[in-house]
Design a protein. Structure first.
Length: 141
């Protein structure tokens, strides 16, 4: 079994320096890992093998484990996909912030602190692609 909570903790560590519009809960990070697992199954051509029933929920209601063991490259793929989802959510909020006006002044380019998010997303996309290409066991010959 794969421990979703352990992966969620790693995801929290990887993204801890990024400001978010709202505070994210541990359950939010667990759900991002589930998104990453789902993405892994789709990208490796195993979509028909994936089922929500493979996710075991704990008494608190958030995902705790995933039935089945993952290789280290698969775990890394899940983490990269989850990070992409995380930064896409931040980017969506940033897309709404381009400027604002108060009674005293007008602020433009308020989104400048987040200008590197697109670069971060591209780097993560490239990393995920590289990981996928190295998973030759899922490639048809």
């Amino acid at each position: 079994m794969t421990n979703i909570g352990e992966l969620a903790t790693r995801l929290q560590e990887y993204t801890s320096w990024q400001r978010t519009p709202v505070a994210l809960s541990y359950a939010d990070y667990c759900n991002m890992i589930v998104y990453g697992i789902r993405d892994l199954y789709i990208m490796t051509g195993r979509a028909t093998s994936y089922s929500e029933d493979m996710i075991n929920y704990g008494p608190s209601g958030f995902p705790e484990t995933f039935q089945g063991d993952m290789y280290v490259d698969e775990e890394e793929f899940v983490l990269v996909s989850a990070q992409m989802y995380f930064f896409q959510r931040v980017q969506t909020d940033v897309n709404n912030i381009v400027g604002y006006t108060t009674d005293a002044l007008t602020i433009t380019n308020a989104d400048k602190p987040y200008v590197n998010i697109q670069t971060t997303l591209q780097d993560l996309y490239d990393r995920r692609s590289m990981l996928l290409y190295k998973m030759v066991r899922y490639m048809e010959l």
